[in-house]
Design a protein around this ligand. Structure first.
Ligand code: FAD
Ligand code: NAI
Length: 493
């Protein structure tokens, strides 16, 4: 057994370690895990990172859901399908004639796979550069800590047992299936299958009008599929600012997404080449529709499969997430958990921030994450982005606020781009003018939202944003104008 000492940070650590002994063992190599591993190594810890994701050739593919079947491949397909859409519908207004435009789906998927591989390789390089030992396989707790040291067994394809003083669990999440409609990834698709449909389906059903449903629905609609979205709730994007959600619903419907709200989905029956879905509409009609493919995107569940967390004294909460406190500490000493496997938004950047924070806590630092300042983006066209409180949340909490909006229609850059849908809204405290939220739907608002996040992190007022010089002509001027609108003094509207 290795000797436990107290290092310079006042943190218990293993010293004079054998090859299989580590200060920190990270289980999971997604954005939460690999980033935690890198930060811990930067802080001087000896670190191992275990990840089981395999590519088609059975080789390590770190990066987790985000890199392999989430953020990165979905954005690659959104980009390809957007180019296709532009070539078909928007080039002409620029005077460009593009006739006979076709989409080679296989080539598009191969490009997406290449982008994924570049990210996998990049992560392997970063782990190596930071001297993190990578193990390709599944990690599980052998038992609880013995003299403060945990044994983690790694299997498939690796077969080794390693020891760690501090364990960071970052095992992520998996798609939630509908009861009675298991994913076969051929006809009934999770995010995984939705990202590798080999040819554009004529008809595509999507259950759940959430983030995946809208992003993947948009990809396949742009490529020519007739897309029907079945959403259980009576409201569209209930967590989003109402004005933004209303505008987005109008625009997506105009683009051709058939979005049905307040639907109750019944029997789902996969056939040989298609799948039938029975559902009751909001006004009580029973429908039975057949789709070439069906994407089920009704949320994700934490992944603690095979971790043997219980043996180590790591408790789950009532929803199956690993129970953690505000600092990501689990119920077992020196075991931490970050990312999708714990409470909070299932977002890659949230996972990364938690990973970094845990590594820094191990080194005796005092990082802080403000969950109210975590931005959200839906990468549809137009994009939707927000941070902080919505008007509805503030009304419910009885907070007095002022709101200012500015439409892209009045923004010079948006006009030059030919993309004038949507607006930016800034919400500020009625008394102090402190920025409480930013909500936007429109071109590239995924990039604009960073200004709102920074304003909120710095405790800025709307007046601060309004007084900052924004380059002209940029989309970001819409943010400045929205801040001016809070004080009813826009200059360009
Ligand atoms: P994961 O990324 O899930 O990584 C966990 C890793 O641990 C996986 O590789 C898994 O195989 C491995 N693992 C699990 N158990 C073990 C074990 N016992 N031993 C070894 N390895 C194990 N978020 C955004 O912020 N922006 C986006 O644009 C975005 N787009 C998305 C699109 C889709 C289609 C999906 C499905 C998700 C998207 N997300 C997006 C969400 C984002 O992917 C997740 O929030 C993020 O990946 C969570 O990171 P994580 O590190 O917690 O877990
Ligand atoms: P989601 O939570 O975003 O949306 C699920 C939708 O399905 C909700 O609108 C819900 O009301 C609906 N629903 C649930 N059960 C239903 C049922 N039985 N019938 C009909 N509708 C039902 O979940 P989604 O889209 O699966 O994505 C999971 C998570 O992945 C997201 O919440 C997000 O955290 C992450 N993600 C993030 C992205 C981004 O940041 N751009 C992109 C994609 C995913």
């Amino acid at each position: 057994m290795p000797t436990v000492t107290i290092d310079g940070h006042g943190v218990p650590t293993l010293r004079k370690m054998d090859m299989d002994q580590f200060d920190v063992v990270v289980i999971g190599g997604g954005p939460g895990g690999y980033v935690a591993a890198i930060r811990a190594a930067q802080l001087g810890f000896k670190v191992a990172c275990i990840d089981d994701w395999k590519n088609a050739k059975g080789l390590p593919a770190p990066g987790g859901t985000c890199t392999n079947v989430g953020c990165i491949p979905s954005k690659a397909l959104l980009q390809s399908s957007e180019h296709f859409d532009h070539a078909q519908h928007h080039f002409a207004e620029h005077g460009i004639t593009a006739s006979g435009v076709t989409m080679d789906v296989a080539k598009m998927l191969a490009r997406k796979d290449k982008v994924v591989r570049q990210n996998n390789d990049g992560i392997l390089y970063l782990l190596k550069k930071n001297k993190v030992t990578f193990f390709h396989g599944r990690g599980s707790f052998a038992r609880g800590a013995t003299d403060g040291v945990y044994q983690i067994d790694v299997t498939e394809p690796a077969k080794i047992s390693i020891q760690g003083m501090h364990i960071i669990i970052a095992t992520g999440s998996v798609a939630r299936a509908l009861p009675g409609a298991a994913f076969d990834e051929k006809l009934v698709l999770s995010n995984d299958g939705a990202l590798r449909i080999g040819e554009t389906p004529k008809t595509l059903g999507v259950i759940g009008a959430g983030v995946i449903g809208l992003e993947m629905g948009s990809v396949w609609r742009r490529l020519g599929a007739d897309v029907t979205v079945l959403e259980g709730l009576p409201v569209f994007l209930g967590v989003v600012d109402e004005q933004v959600a209303k505008e987005a619903l109008k625009l997506f419907t105009k683009q051709g997404l058939k979005i049905n709200l307040g639907v109750k989905v019944g029997a789902i029956k996969p056939g040989t080449n298609n799948v039938s879905v029975e559902y009751t509409t909001a006004d009580g009609k029973t429908e039975n529709v057949t789709f070439d493919r069906l994407i089920v995107s009704i949320g994700r569940v934490p992944n603690t499969n095979g971790l043997n967390a219980d043996a180590a004294g790591v408790k789950l909460d009532e929803r199956g997430f690993i129970a953690v406190d505000g600092d990501c500490k689990t119920t077992a000493a020196n075991v931490w958990a970050v990312g999708d496997v714990v409470r909070g938004p299932m977002l890659a950047h949230k996972a990364e921030e938690e990973g970094v924070a845990v590594a820094e806590r191990l080194a005796g630092q005092h990082p802080h994450i403000d969950f109210n300042c975590i931005p959200w983006v839906i990468y549809t066209s137009p994009e939707i982005a927000w941070v902080g409180q919505t008007e509805q949340q503030l009304q419910a909490a009885g907070v007095a606020y002022k709101a200012g909006s500015f439409p892209f229609m009045a923004n010079g850059r948006a006009r030059a781009l030919g993309n004038t849908d949507g607006f930016v809204k800034i919400i500020a405290d009625a008394k102090t003018d402190k920025v409480l939220g930013m909500h936007a739907v429109g071109p590239m608002v995924s990039e604009l939202i960073a200004e709102g996040v920074m304003a909120m992190e710095f405790g800025a007022s709307s007046e601060d944003i309004a007084r900052i010089c924004h380059a002209h002509p940029t989309l970001s001027e819409a943010t400045k104008e929205a801040a001016l609108a809070v004080d009813k003094r826009t200059l360009n509207m």
